[in-house]
Ligand binder design. Structure first.
Ligand SMILES: *Cc1c(COP(=O)(O)O)cnc(C)c1O
Length: 390
C-alpha cells in the first residue's frame, strides 16, 4: 500500500494505526511502558528517545500528510521549534527569521539565542528580497511562517526554499496556521516543516503537542539534540492526538469553508472596515497564496469601523468565545493588541500593522448562519450601547 497514493482523508483515518493483533480491536492500542526488553542494542525503546510504539506510529501519519520521509512528535510546539533551531545552530551561527512570527518563537530567539552566542536577524517584511539582504556568511537557517499571525500575509515558499538551497542554508517553516490539509511546504522545496499540534492537528483544545516533518538525514540531527533536551510527549497524549487526527481533514475542510463565507460576509458588512483573508479577491497576495496553498485556511482577521469598540464587541458575542488559542472546532476571537501582541509597544505594533481595532478570528465548524448571526447581533448591541453612552 503506497502512502503517497492515498487521499488525505484516508491518511488521516488509517496511516500509522497500530494493528491490535491480540484482540482485533478497531483502534490502536496504547503502550505506556517506559521500559522495553531489547533483543539487540540497536533498538532501545524509551519515551524520551521518541521511539515508543505509539510515538513511532503516529509519526508515520504526520509524515504521510506532509509528504515527508519521516516525522517526530514533541511535547509542545515550542519543544519542536526550540529543538529544531538548536539542532542546526551553534555558537557563532546566524539565522534569518521572518518579522511576523508566533510570539513564543520570537521570544525564544530574542531571549535565549544571546545566551548561546547565536546571531539572528528579523526581516522587515515577508518579501524574499528582505530575506536575501539579511543573509550573512554564517547564516545557517532561514525560518518563515505563512500565512502569518495575525495579518495573514503570505511568504513565497518556493522562492525562500530556492534562495536557501542556492546558499546551502536550511529552510524551515512553521506550518501551523495552514495545517497539512491546506499547505505542504516540503513539496515546494522547504527542508523542515514544524507544527504546533496543539492547534489544528489536535483540534479540540485539549492537547498540547508539537511535530516536525523532514528528511531522515535532517531528522537524525534533530533526534540527536531532541533526546538531550527531553521534549517528548507522553504516550497517552500521543494516542489522543492520533484519535484527534482521524478527523483532521474533515475538520479543517469545514473550518476553511466557513472562513471563506465569513470573510465575504464581513467584507460586505458596512460596519467592517477591513478583512484580512488570503482567499479574498481584495487580498494583495491571493495569487501567491493560491499557487502554494491547497486552500486558504480557516484563520482570518478584521477591523470594525471606527466608533465600534472591538473590546465591547467581543463581550457581546454569545457563541464565539474570546480565547488565546486557535484552531479548535469551536470558533474563537481575540484582540492581538490586548493578548498575543500585548508585550509589544504601540510603536512596534504600528510598525507591523496591528491596530488596536484588529480582531483575529479562528473559525470553527459551527453552522455558518449561527456564526454570522452572532457577529451581527454583537455589532448591533455594541452600536446601541455606544449611542446610549454618547
Ligand atoms: C501555538 C503556536 C506555536 C507554539 O505551540 P505550543 O504548542 O503552544 O508550544 C507555534 N507556532 C504557532 C503558529 C502557534 O500558533
Amino acid at each position: 500500500m503506497s502512502k503517497q497514493k492515498l487521499g488525505m482523508q484516508t491518511i488521516c483515518t488509517h496511516v500509522g494505526e497500530i494493528k491490535d493483533e491480540q484482540f482485533k480491536g478497531a483502534i490502536s492500542p496504547i503502550y505506556l511502558s517506559t521500559s522495553y526488553e531489547f533483543d539487540s542494542v540497536d533498538i532501545k525503546r524509551y519515551p524520551r528517545y521518541f521511539n515508543t510504539p505509539n510515538q513511532e506510529h503516529l509519526s508515520k501519519k504526520i509524515a504521510a500528510l506532509e509528504q515527508a520521509e519521516t516525522a517526530m512528535i514533541f511535547g509542545s510546539g515550542m519543544a519542536a521549534i526550540s529543538t529544531m533551531f538548536l539542532a542546526f545552530l551553534k555558537h557563532g551561527d546566524h539565522i534569518v527569521v521572518q518579522n511576523t512570527l508566533y510570539g513564543g518563537t520570537s521570544n525564544f530567539i530574542r531571549e535565549e539565542f544571546p545566551k548561546y552566542g547565536i546571531e539572528f536577524t528579523f526581516t522587515n517584511s515577508y518579501n524574499v528580497s528582505d530575506f536575501e539582504a539579511a543573509l550573512q556568511p554564517n547564516t545557517k537557517v532561514i525560518h518563515i511562517e505563512t500565512p502569518s499571525n495575525p495579518l495573514l500575509t503570505i511568504t513565497d515558499i518556493r522562492a525562500i526554499a530556492s534562495l536557501a538551497k542556492s546558499k546551502g542554508i536550511i529552510s524551515t517553516i512553521d506550518n501551523t496556521f495552514a495545517s497539512p490539509i491546506n499547505q505542504n511546504p516540503i513539496t515546494l522545496g522547504i527542508d523542515i516543516v514544524m507544527h504546533s499540534a496543539t492547534k489544528y492537528l489536535g483540534g479540540h483544545s485539549d492537547i498540547l503537542a508539537g511535530a516536525i516533518a523532514c528528511s531522515q538525514e535532517h531528522m537524525d540531527c534533530i533526534w540527536n539534540v531532541a533526546k538531550n533536551l527531553g521534549g517528548s510527549l507522553s504516550d497517552f497524549t500521543v494516542w489522543m492526538l492520533e484519535r484527534s487526527m482521524k478527523t483532521l481533514g474533515l475538520r479543517v475542510k469545514a473550518q476553511t469553508k466557513n472562513a471563506k463565507k465569513l470573510a465575504k460576509f464581513l467584507e460586505a458588512n458596512p460596519n467592517v472596515a477591513h478583512v484580512y483573508y488570503p482567499g479574498l479577491k481584495s487580498h494583495p497576495q491571493r495569487k501567491l497564496a493560491k499557487s502554494q496553498m491547497k486552500d486558504f485556511g480557516a484563520m482570518l482577521s478584521f477591523e470594525l469601523v471606527e466608533g465600534i469598540d472591538a473590546m465591547a464587541f467581543q463581550k457581546q458575542l454569545h457563541l464565539i468565545k474570546s480565547s488565546m488559542s486557535l484552531a479548535g472546532v469551536e470558533s474563537t476571537m481575540l484582540l492581538p493588541s490586548e493578548t498575543s501582541h500585548a508585550l509589544l509597544t504601540q510603536e512596534q505594533r504600528d510598525a507591523v500593522g496591528i491596530s488596536n481595532r484588529l480582531i483575529r478570528f479562528s473559525v470553527g465548524i459551527e453552522n455558518f448562519k449561527d456564526l454570522k448571526n452572532d457577529i451581527e447581533q454583537a455589532i448591533t448591541k455594541t452600536k446601541i450601547a455606544s449611542f446610549a453612552q454618547a
